[in-house]
Design a protein around this ligand. Structure first.
Ligand code: BES
Ligand code: MN
Ligand code: ZN
Length: 497
């Protein structure tokens, strides 16, 4: 995909003109050839077109052709503080219009939009990233693949920027990191096994230039990761412990931010088996690891000046003669014992060991874990916001900063001791389920036990990983949720050191 800034319209390309309500079309006189300008002006007058929200006007300028030449795209009333997130929605609408009209090349009249948005570099970067996000389709298993390809978009403006090729290239790579996370989640569990997740992490490390280490079951056992092994041992698909390194701040080698992603390639529930309906969706139980892999790619791509080490304890939760059972009492790498109330509360067991490994083996000093952890998160906030728990408010504040650039939303939950008490067992140090009440909070506070008083934040993306109501820049299925947020969160962390 090529993106350019140019003062002149390219002939034979579709022309898209997005504008706010009550827009004075004369503002664009300098950017549109006189002949075309007159035709559009006449249409606007005849139809009393006023750029209302989602109001489209197709204009056929060159009557010899079947194709529509010009599309007026109404953006509706202009919000006082026109946001980055809103701009992404506009770019997505433009892409989807081009796609609907099978236009391989488009002009977007952009002078006035860039002026409103404020920053030409950010404008072109967001355009490239959004177009890339929009272009994703999960067509791996169709004989016939998607045909549409937007080859070139020219943004018509007087403004220029020197390093546009590099800006666009980096933003396309950012978009591809988000699409990679979608692909990892969309792939079915027979394909996206723990071994395959590790291979994909390694492949991503190679192309985005970060180091990846992978450990097999024998190694995992030797680390004493008993909780993780207990979850993994019911499946013939062997676990893989994946560690990824971004060493962006070599002058402070002892400051390391840990990103921990839940990586259940499939979650049947184990002996506490899930109902058949919807079990297939549990191929998405590795969305936390997908977010972390995608974020590492984006972080490395941007060369953020901060050390980040990501850990994924990938495995599969199945039933077999070797699987763990309800009532079992198991150990963790940290040495705390856990009574198994439900084999379906497996995520917190794998994450507890991954967190301890990150602290003990990788010396991380702060932890952010991200997981499709509880059905209760879906009940509480639906598919609109992801619940968050933390023991350090600054981390949540950095996340709120990230929201402004990620088009993804979060909400903080309380961490009173009453909730932590739900995890107390009468036969072990902890139990792996605090019951149905406040299920998202008790699951999060189970994990807090393994942060060892280091700054820690937990993000439950159970409701966010998949959607059947995609936003304009998304598709049905996997959303790639949190890649963008984690990137901007880490960026903020790197700036506020
Ligand atoms: N992976 C599930 C949570 C989940 C549910 C993710 C729906 C995405 C959509 C998790 O392992 C799980 O099964 N959690 C249980 C915990 C309970 C047994 C304490 C749950 O939420 O029911
Ligand atoms: Mn489960
Ligand atoms: Zn699970």
């Amino acid at each position: 995909m090529k993106l350019q800034l140019n003062e002149k319209i390219q002939s034979n390309f579709l022309v898209v003109i997005p504008a706010w309500q009550d827009f004075d079309f004369n503002e664009l006189k300098a950017f549109i050839p006189a002949g075309i300008f007159k035709v559009i002006e006449a249409w606007i007058q005849k139809k009393e077109y006023n750029w209302k929200s989602d109001e489209l006007q197709y204009i056929n300028f060159n009557n010899a052709k079947e194709d529509k030449d010009i599309i007026l795209l109404g953006l509706g009333e202009k919000k006082e503080n026109f946001s980055y997130n809103q701009m992404q929605g506009i770019f997505a609408d433009i892409y989807n219009l081009a796609k609907k009209n099978k236009a391989k090349e488009i002009n977007v009249i952009a002078e006035h939009l860039i002026a409103d948005f404020g920053n030409v570099e950010e404008f072109i970067q967001l355009a490239a990233q959004t177009f890339e996000e929009c272009s994703y389709e999960f067509d791996t298993y169709f004989e016939k693949k998607q045909e549409y390809l937007l080859k070139k978009a020219v943004f018509i403006s007087k403004k220029t920027t020197e390093n546009i090729i590099e800006l666009v290239q980096n933003s396309l790579l950012f978009g591809q990191a988000i699409n990679l996370a979608k692909q990892l989640v969309n792939e079915p569990a027979n394909e996206m096994t723990p071994r395959k997740i590790a291979e994909m992490a390694q492949k991503t490390g190679n192309s985005y230039d970060f180091e990846v280490k992978v450990y097999d079951e024998k190694k995992i056992s030797s680390f004493g990761m008993d909780a993780y092994i207990n979850v993994a041992k019911g499946s013939d698909n062997q676990p893989r412990l994946i560690v990824m390194y971004h060493k962006g701040d070599p002058s402070n080698p002892h400051d390391i931010l840990g990103l921990i992603g839940k990586g259940l390639s499939f979650d049947s529930g184990g002996y506490n088996i899930k109902p058949g309906e919807g079990m297939g969706a549990m191929k998405s139980d590795m969305a936390g690891s997908a977010a972390v892999i995608g974020a590492m790619a984006a972080i490395s791509n941007a060369k953020l000046p901060i050390n980040v080490t990501a850990v994924v304890a990938a495995c599969e939760n199945l039933i077999s003669g070797r699987a763990y059972r309800p009532g079992d009492i198991i150990n963790t790498m940290a040495g705390k014992t856990v009574e198994i109330i439900s084999t379906d509360a497996e995520g917190r067991l794998t994450l507890a060991d991954a967190m301890h490994f990150a602290i003990k083996h990788e010396r991380v000093t702060q932890l952010v874990d991200i997981a499709t952890l509880t059905g209760a998160a879906v009940v509480a906030l639906g598919g609109t916001r992801a619940p968050v728990l933390t023991n350090q408010q600054e981390l949540y504040e950095a996340l709120q900063y990230a929201e402004k650039y990620s088009n993804e939303k979060y909400w903080q939950l309380p961490t009173d001791e009453e909730y932590a008490n739900l995890n107390k067992s009468t036969v072990a140090d902890l139990k792996n389920s605090g019951g149905r009440m406040a299920g998202t909070i008790s699951a999060g506070l189970f994990l807090r036990e393994f942060a060892q008083d280091r700054p820690w934040m937990h993000i439950d993306i159970a409701g966010m990983a998949m959607t059947d109501k995609p936003k304009a820049w998304q598709q049905k299925g996997a959303t790639g949720f949190a890649v963008k947020t984690l990137f901007y969160f880490v960026k903020k962390m790197s700036e506020s050191k």
